[in-house]
Design a binder for this molecule. Structure first.
Ligand SMILES: C[S@@+](CC[C@H](N)C(=O)[O-])C[C@H]1O[C@@H](n2cnc3c(N)ncnc32)[C@H](O)[C@@H]1O
Length: 255
């Protein structure tokens, strides 16, 4: 009797396994939906010249969307930390440039491996798991690779720009798209450009963004206050239970 062939794991299974192995780095329990991936790819001009560097491609939903958008294979360079994902990506997309390395050390990771001009950097890295200074350094290193009209694309599950407006001030202009509600959890795609190269927003949109950012900040502050309160109540409850247990069973009466 022939041996049963094992079904290859689905992307969801693969992703969940990687997440359980390294939650901070994997940053999500499942791959991005095609809706979010399409929104990321939509920010990229398929006709522009120069490479498109994708950071943290995982199982490749954004890669697939970039190719579907018309970005030619030869223009794509993928940078992924996880060697299992690298192997899967190279096989799946027949890409020659799948680089295993640390995207947060972008300059060093690409040194000697990428010499052509870069048009855009498209990142799905879990930026919110990193300290703000590291996020800004990533943006700086990405823009060092690109000409004045360079573009950095990033998605986030957060309500605000993953690289704060204050950190970007004078260096980059960040713009958010409409949240992709069909992704779970909903996510927004942010694009960053150098000042003078970002498409203009109308005053209404600017006002809406300001408003959304204020709501986001208020929400974050309320969440923090609630967390502190819950922790305090949890500590009190533990203390109460400990005292109650001691009263019921005093240490000197224990067997
Ligand atoms: C949230 S997942 C996104 C995966 C995929 N792009 C998607 O949208 O489903 C983040 C990805 O970034 C990769 N990653 C995390 N830290 C990295 C680093 N320092 N350098 C390169 N890749 C990294 C993870 O291995 C994972 O594939």
């Amino acid at each position: 009797m022939g041996r049963l062939k094992r079904k290859p794991p689905s992307d969801e299974e693969t992703f969940l396994r990687r997440f359980l192995g390294d939650p901070k780095r994997t940053g999500a329990v499942a791959p991005s939906s095609p809706f979010l991936a399409r929104e990321m790819a939509r920010a990229v001009d398929p006709q522009a010249t120069g490479l498109v560097i994708e950071l943290g491609p995982g199982t490749g939903p954004v890669t697939k969307a970039l190719l579907a958008r018309g970005v030619r294979r030869e223009r794509l360079v993928l940078v992924e930390y996880d060697s299992y994902f690298c192997k899967l990506l190279a096989e799946r997309f027949a890409l020659t440039r799948v680089l295993r390395g640390d995207a947060y050390a972008l300059r060093d990771t690409l040194a000697g491996r990428v010499t052509q001009p870069v048009a855009a950097v498209v990142s799905s890295l879990p930026l919110l798991n990193e300290p703000p200074a590291r996020r800004l350094r990533l943006l700086d290193e990405a823009f060092e690779l690109m000409g004045p009209d360079g573009l950095f694309v990033q998605f986030t599950y957060g309500l605000r720009s993953p690289v704060s407006r204050e950190a970007c001030a004078g260096r980059y202009i960040g713009r958010s798209g409409v949240p992709v509600l069909r992704n779970l959890p909903p996510a927004s795609v942010w694009t960053y450009r150098r000042p003078g190269h970002a498409p203009a927003h109308g005053p209404k949109i600017t006002k809406l963004i300001d408003h959304a950012e204020r709501i986001g900040a208020r929400f974050a502050a309320q969440r923090k206050a609630t967390e502190t309160l819950l922790n305090r109540q949890g500590d009190r409850m533990k203390e109460f239970l400990r005292e109650a247990a001691e009263r019921l069973n005093p240490p000197d009466e224990r067997p």
